[in-house]
Ligand binder design. Structure first.
Ligand code: MN
Length: 261
């Protein structure tokens, strides 16, 4: 019989979040679960690692540690520090309260936690659900789909250097009709920056949270969610634009012939 998986679970909404509780309940059917998660909300912290101050990890009981750091810090400690009684074999992050679609992925603390797991050589999956304010029971409606993804990774692993970014439509707004493999669509934070004056007559700025997306493009994560499908996008962290290498080469930017193959 194969060894059961050991899960490291994190998120960017804080260790008390409903999404994390739901994900842990779902994963616990497959194997042992340890949670190392931020002690408060750390959404949109991207892939930031805390290097210039010490980190504290407080035990909260039941295999849960609350860390005064980012999701990336949490996954890093869970995999590299002597915190857990056994070594995790799979990293799960989420279920994020809010989508991580298209270009949102670059800001996401949830996806970054899975990126960290991937960089440290552990198969990693980020789960997110569109909109916010879900109860744990709302999110447990996603269980059959999340079980399907976890069971797949338990059985097959993932290609090296690959993480999965999984998003779901809001389960409160009707049935989820299936789950699709997708590519990143286009979705950017498009709201205007609000400019106002504080009580001490200084100007302040507040970046809006509204997004502009392009749901028209079939095959994308944004399109799948618009059509009540769960979305699975494989991501990797090699950001080189290979087509642009040729474009730059043709225009003579380099002085040496030592180009990337
Ligand atoms: Mn979040």
């Amino acid at each position: 019989m194969p060894t059961p998986p050991v899960f490291l679970i994190s998120n960017d909404d804080g260790y008390r979040a409903n999404g994390l509780a739901a994900l842990r309940e779902i994963a616990s059917q497959f194997g042992a679960c340890y949670t190392v998660a931020p002690d408060r909300e750390q959404s949109a912290t991207s892939h930031s690692l805390t290097l210039h101050r010490p980190l504290r990890a407080d035990p909260e009981g039941d295999g849960i540690w609350a860390v005064d750091g980012t999701p990336t810090d949490c996954v890093h400690l869970g995999l590299r520090a002597n915190l857990l009684p056994e070594r995790p074999t799979i990293v799960l992050t989420g279920i994020n309260h809010g989508s991580n679609l298209g270009d949102e992925v670059t800001y996401s603390g949830t996806v970054a936690g899975a990126m960290e797991g991937c960089l440290l050589g552990v198969p990693s999956i980020a789960f997110s659900c569109v909109s916010t304010g879900h109860s744990r029971d709302d999110l447990m409606q996603l269980a059959p789909w999340i079980e399907r993804v976890i069971a797949f990774v338990v059985e097959h692993g993932l290609p090296a250097g690959t993480l999965l970014n999984v998003n779901f439509p809001d389960p409160r707004r009707g049935e989820i009709v299936g789950i699709a493999l997708t590519r990143q669509g286009t979705r950017i934070y498009g709201a205007e920056v609000v400019e106002k004056t504080d009580p001490r007559h200084r100007t302040y700025y507040w970046i809006g949270g509204d997004v502009i997306d392009d749901p028209a493009e079939p095959g994308t994560d944004v399109h799948a969610i618009e059509h009540r499908l769960g979305s699975i996008t494989p991501l990797h962290l090699k950001l080189t634009n290979h087509a642009a290498l040729d474009w730059l080469q043709e225009r003579g930017l380099a002085t040496s012939k030592e180009t990337a193959p």
